[in-house]
Write a protein that binds this ligand. Structure first.
Ligand SMILES: Nc1ncnc2c1ncn2[C@@H]1O[C@H](COP(=O)(O)OP(=O)(O)OP(=O)(O)O)[C@@H](O)[C@H]1O
Ligand SMILES: [Mg+2]
Length: 402
């Protein structure tokens, strides 16, 4: 941009009132004032947990539903009300919430128990304790008084993926050893098939009660979005039909409220950056693209170095036919790249497996073509949007130290 142009841009930017009154309202840590369209589910969770207030042991509860359907929000809401009531009426109920997806909290059975012990105010020697002893410490600290403990394991599928299901077996059996207190477990998961893959004994005790959170439909998403948009944007900035379209986009996916809110926030940011007078549907379209691009970058960045080397080879292998790239050519490039970057080269077979994984994650698509009497070869087509390719190349280059 020329100097004059840039000056104009900044002036225009300053003269314009900001789009957002409160951007945080559309960000994920924000807790909304009102939870819409979840009365049924909230009542079910509340009635399942209410016995805790009479110090009667609630059944273990398994809450499931697709991502962004309000499982964490509603569970927090109900348990925070239980906390309030128990505090006011001095009822000994303790509630622990663990997000098993968080690193260093529930990566191993030991870490989970150490985390719970610390929450209970116990000190653990930095050198650690044997697993049996950490269980003992946990037992003793909750059993030192009469109390009802509710342990919420959010993203419980991640816990089992990382540590196996033994920890759940141990936790669901804990009550037979406790004398004064009781522990109820609430497991939350967005992986619907998770419970069916558990050991049948664990499955039956974890899902004494089950509550399903259905996806939101477009109308419900509209209500959720409207409530937040009111607080997030200046009223004049909201273009006609934007909320409706945003809800429709999210409902077309799988009724994910988080995604709907993210889409609205990113669209707002793009519109503001453009110094547009209003947030329009075209900004939603751009936001949709941007989110998609960011997701691709995220998937790529999460992969190990060998994968980066293979992807870089796919991107750099010349495609003479101007069509797809052949795997043979990719492997040749890859081997040269390994020499240059001092990476230990993998076999062609292993590289083919990595290529297949890229196919599964939607970064490329592959198909086998016959070359007549020269046999068959696999061709690779890139699915990364063209505008994103320079950025991907640059990032991979940096990562590979080229
Ligand atoms: N009924 C609702 N009313 C208002 N906001 C909602 C509602 N449901 C979900 N949200 C918002 O949508 C986002 C996602 O909700 P939440 O984190 O509870 O989903 P989840 O079901 O736990 O998803 P995941 O399985 O990915 O953990 C949050 O920002 C939450 O505030
Ligand atoms: Mg959640």
């Amino acid at each position: 941009m020329q100097k004059k142009g840039l000056e104009n841009y900044f002036e225009k930017y300053l003269n314009k009132k900001p789009f957002f009154v409160n951007r945080e309202v559309l960000q994920s840590p924000y807790t909304p004032e009102a939870i819409l369209h979840r009365d049924g589910e909230i009542n079910q969770v509340a009635s399942a947990l209410a016995p805790a207030l009479r110090l009667e042991q609630p059944s273990n509860l398994f809450i499931y539903g697709k991502t962004g359907t309000g499982k964490t929000l509603c569970t927090h809401y109900v348990t925070s009300q239980i906390k309030n009531v128990s505090k006011n009426k001095k009822i000994p109920v303790q509630i622990f919430y663990v997000n098993c997806k968080l690193k260093k909290v529930a990566d191993t059975e030991y870490r989970l128990l150490a985390h719970l012990c610390r929450e209970l105010g116990k000190e653990i020697p930095p050198t650690g304790l044997p697993t049996e002893e950490i269980y003992r410490l946990f037992f003793n600290s909750i059993d030192s008084t009469k109390q009802q403990v509710i342990l919420i394991l959010d993203e419980i599928d991640q816990l089992v993926k990382k540590t196996g299901d033994e920890v759940l077996y141990n936790l669901t059996r804990i009550n037979s050893e406790l004398e004064q207190s009781n522990v109820s477990i609430i497991g939350i998961s967005n992986e619907i098939s998770f419970i069916d893959n558990l050991d049948p004994r664990i499955k039956s005790s974890l899902s004494e009660e089950e509550i399903m959170f259905a996806p939101y439909n477009a109308i419900q998403l509209q209500h959720i979005l409207k409530n937040r948009a009111k607080l997030a944007f200046r009223k004049e900035c909201m273009g006609q039909g934007v909320i409706e379209k945003c809800a429709a986009y999210a409902a077309r996916g799988h009724g994910d409220a988080r995604r709907a809110l993210e889409l609205l926030r990113v669209a707002g940011e793009l519109a503001e950056r453009e110094t547009a007078p209003k947030l329009r549907i075209k900004h939603l379209d751009k936001a949709l693209e941007k989110i998609e691009r960011d997701k691709i970058m995220e998937v790529i960045m999460a992969q190990p170095k060998q994968y980066h080397a293979v992807l870089y080879s796919i991107l750099k292998t010349p495609n003479k036919t101007n069509r797809a790239i052949c795997t043979g050519g990719i492997y040749n490039f890859y081997k040269e790249l390994c020499t240059k970057t001092a990476i230990r080269p993998l076999t062609q077979r292993r590289v083919s497996d990595i290529i297949l994984e890229f196919d599964i994650s939607g970064i490329i698509n592959t198909h086998v073509v016959s070359k007549g009497r020269y046999g068959r070869t696999k061709e690779v087509n890139l699915l990364i949007p063209t505008q994103l390719i320079p950025k991907v190349k640059k990032t991979l280059k940096e990562n590979l130290g080229l």
